[in-house]
Design a protein around this ligand. Structure first.
Ligand code: TYD
Length: 175
């Protein structure tokens, strides 16, 4: 009997300016695999090669009207990978200290979202299709939907009071 080959998960690339010293709340970009030819592009996200968890659930945001905002919460334990398959959106990430906005509009560049990171989705381009792969099935009890409660839980989680800092300016950030 032959053993299955070991799979290596590529080290995800930190989003510039987002890495924090604690290391507990980093989010990452993950390069997905793309097979392109004259018939178009095929993009692959495979557990163990691109996805750092076993996917239990997929949901998608579609038909988001102009000016609508989604998200506005953090998760206590859930891990997610966001893939914007079509269109684009602004993803606001906030770890209680740093708040930054990324334009997410490339289906080959997925965003890994860790637990205890507040996220807001806004400025959707028309006909945006945003797919999210999640590590757990839906559990409303995992949500923190109140920003103050998020900050309180975060400080208990870190064992320290939240600090304030400037917002990093990186390419793609809004001023
Ligand atoms: P909501 O959390 O408001 O979406 P978003 O954070 O993207 O703005 O979810 C909208 C509704 O969908 C809400 O009633 C909960 C429900 N829902 C599920 O039942 N299962 C799921 O996997 C998700 C993500 C949401």
């Amino acid at each position: 009997m032959t053993a299955l080959p070991a799979r290596r998960v590529p080290v995800p690339r930190p989003i510039p300016g987002y890495a924090r010293p604690t290391g507990v709340d980093r989010c990452f970009e993950i390069d997905l695999q793309r097979f392109g030819d004259r018939r178009g592009d095929l993009v692959v996200a495979e557990v163990g090669r691109h996805l750092p968890f076993v996917v239990q659930r997929m949901y998608a945001l579609v038909g988001v009207p102009e000016g609508a905002e989604r998200g506005g919460h953090a998760h206590r334990a859930l891990e997610q990978v966001m893939v914007v398959l079509s269109g684009g959106l602004d993803l606001v990430l906030d770890d209680g200290v740093t708040r930054k906005t990324l334009r997410v509009d490339d289906p080959t560049r997925a965003i890994y979202l860790r637990p205890m990171v507040w996220r807001e989705l806004e400025a959707f381009a028309p006909n945006t299709v945003c797919m999210v792969l999640a590590s757990e099935v839906y559990d409303e009890g995992d949500y923190l939907r109140d920003y103050e409660a998020f900050q309180e839980e975060l400080s208990a989680w870190r064992g320290a009071a939240p600090r304030t800092s400037g917002v990093f300016a990186v390419r793609g950030d809004r001023p």
